[in-house]
Design a protein. Structure first.
Length: 325
């Protein structure tokens, strides 16, 4: 059984790498065809596509009543996206950060996370759950009204991106010679390979880890959390190596925004999301991590190898903290 899972793990990684290569190539061609800057494609199509595993996990968790998983999955994935993925990409090749991301998207991701924390914090104050021992088991909820607010912000954000891209349509004048149907095929088939490969890797790695006696908690904090972010990781690494830094960084920041607004919005509409103390602490950590990543991106308008290495160390420290708390 272990040999079979190792084989599945290898096949999964191969599918991820090939799928990411096709997905990035197709997305870049799509950007050139419609004169849309690569950074906008990274913040929308690529970000939404690579967040498909998180969307599936969170919505299924909400439907099944495990609504705490819906929130913790998003928070954990966002922390890994910023520290793990940007850190690894920067170590491989220093990341140039587009001015639009520093001026618009990083601050928006930070404000969005603060708004989510404020919503959950307000529910604590209004319910009085902060009194006594109740706070140890439950802090608050993200209501359906709050979820609708998140979705409304997401729609406004996407509309703004499209409007801004139209104004700057001359920014990408090099048209692709590929026919549109080939571009769409690359994107869709690449996305299928990414999702299928990510699922294979998570399943196989979980079975292997269990066979070696790892606890379910540790498996969830490491393999499953990282596994749902494997599409973002592979896509960003491939994009970075190809010189598509707009897609690489935009994919990470865009995925975080997509996770917070769209995934939590959809999950919260299905059922109000419970926020326990651990998730509340993790939200605070996510805010700090977003701010640190933003500061790195602002310095010299790039994230260098030293900063990338520091981010990886910070993620390892977070995993250790989450495992022992």
């Amino acid at each position: 059984m272990i040999v079979l899972n190792i084989f599945l793990l290898i096949i999964g990684f191969a599918a991820l790498i090939k799928g990411a290569d096709m997905f990035v190539a197709g997305s870049s061609s799509l950007a050139r065809t419609f004169r849309v800057p690569g950074v906008v494609i990274g913040l929308t199509i690529v970000a939404a596509g690579t967040s498909a595993p998180e969307l599936a996990v969170s919505t299924l968790a909400a439907i099944s009543g495990s609504n705490e998983i819906a929130l913790s999955n998003v928070i954990g994935s966002n922390i890994f996206n910023l520290l793990g993925i940007l850190g690894i990409c920067a170590v491989i090749r220093p990341l140039k950060v587009e001015p639009e991301i520093n001026r618009r998207d990083f601050p928006f991701a930070l404000v969005t996370t603060l708004a989510l924390m404020a919503m959950t914090g307000f529910s604590v104050i209004s319910s009085g759950a902060y009194r006594g021992a109740e706070i140890l088991s439950m802090v608050g909820t993200l209501s359906r009204v709050g979820a609708l607010v998140l979705l409304a912000i997401f729609v406004a954000y996407i509309a703004f991106l499209v409007f801004a891209a139209r104004k700057k349509s001359t920014e990408s004048n090099l048209a692709t010679t590929d026919p549109l149907y080939k571009i769409i095929f690359r994107i869709i088939f690449g996305l299928i390979l990414i999702i299928a490969g990510g699922q294979a890797v998570v399943t196989a790695a979980t079975e292997i880890a269990a066979a070696f006696g790892m606890s379910e908690t540790l498996i969830g904090l490491t393999i499953v959390a990282i596994g749902t972010s494997l599409p973002e990781l592979v896509t960003s690494v491939v994009a970075s190596r190809a010189g598509e830094t707009g897609i690489a960084v935009g994919n990470v920041v865009g995925s975080n925004i997509f996770n917070l607004l769209f995934i939590l919005g959809i999950s919260g509409l299905i059922t109000p999301l419970a926020v326990n103390m651990a998730s509340f602490y993790d939200l605070a950590i996510l805010i700090a991590v977003t701010l640190i990543s933003y500061i790195h991106a602002l310095t010299r308008k790039s994230i260098n190898r030293v900063e990338g290495g520091m981010m990886i160390v910070m993620y390892v420290a977070y995993v250790v903290y989450a495992a022992v708390r």
